[in-house]
Ligand binder design. Sequence first.
Ligand SMILES: [Zn+2]
Length: 460
Amino acid sequence: MRTNKRLVSCLALSLCFAGGSIGAFGQKKKQIQEQKPGFNLFSKEQDIQLGKESAAEIEKQVVVVNNPEVVQYLNMVGGKLAKSKRANEFPYFFKLVNDDSINAFALPGGPMYVHTGLIKAAETEGQLAGVLAHEMSHVALRHGTNQASKANLLQIPLALGGAMAGNGMLGQLTQLGIGLGANSVLMKFSRSAETQADYNGALMMGDAGYNPIEMARFFEKLEAQSGKSSKMAAFFASHPSPGNRVKATEELVTLMPKQNYSGDSGQFERIKAIVSGIPAAPKKELQQQQGSGQVTGTPAQSRPSGRTRDFRNAAVTMRYPDNWDVMGDPNANAITIAPKAAVAGSSISYGLIQSFYAPQNQTSINVQRDTQALIGQLQQGDPKMKVVQQNNTTIGGVKGLATVLQTGSGYPNETETDLLITAPHRDGLFYIVIVAPSSEWQTARTQFEDIIRSVQFVQR
Ligand SMILES: [Zn+2]
């Protein structure tokens, strides 16, 4: 198969899927609305792992300056912000990039890169802290992996298992178009994510003793100049302006505890002078990473052994064949269980995937409609995929749909038959899909049915 939450207490599903943006700027609430991460198939650990892999890749492509004074300073300012509970306890670190464009960017899980151009453009430590707090809020609120999760690609669970399959998560996501490029959903944020990052960032600034209004004023100043200078183009392309930042932040500040803003270290002018003295470096071009792989062995070698192990994640418990491997993090909301030999790049030719589909702009789950949308998504990625049969079924005691699909197989001279089971769930449309060459369904049908029958939903 060419593979591509939290409903409780949310009145409208679409608002939850929009990233938990309820109560950010724009709604005149009389109290602070704490911002929370939205729908996400990744675990926090997977955000961190993805960030590590991405950082290694980024550092091949940018010029990192190891000036100890500046780097120590950035980590001092960022470290104060990271202590805020609104930073969501990610392992943040800060590096200086020799690049005159006015930019800074954060990777999932905490790595952050600050351009020399940003420090030169800022006038105060508070302005610099404001950009860091905004970027850190994208990390804390997990916007990158939230957007990747909402892309509804069936390959996501497989990509999340990629680290185990030896290809690395980033390599797998890159094959799906979710890599590090400027237009990647990991790096390019929606306006509602921007509003949320401003709001959360302002609260973080207050927690660290900086005046939140400095962030809003600096962004508005840069926005005003962005028509005349291309130095901010990259920042505003990936962080579209939510508009009225100063007014929105002023309103928020009236809800925050009064304070004297004593966070400034008094070192900014000296650091800015050091940065201004760093000679410019030639730019490197961003390159996409390529992953690859081939299905190995025969279908018979990947056939379920008849012996099983127990699996449990936040959503389900089930049994799976002991000759298959769990790929990914059981704390995540998506998992692939398959023999390593049957996984190649972003496709799986024998095994199972369990995950959730996030219906777009819907307020509740409708199994018939949302299964249709999921199948449409699959067919977009694999035009050869056909629906052969569809029946009502139950899974874990819940009424759902069983759909049989057929397409080409990763094994030579084989077709593939997939059994897709879908059911409503508080986290979205639950699905489990068993993938195998069509010729295997005769021999292994009983084992496949045992897997499906073993599924139980975890009660929360
Ligand atoms: Zn942003």
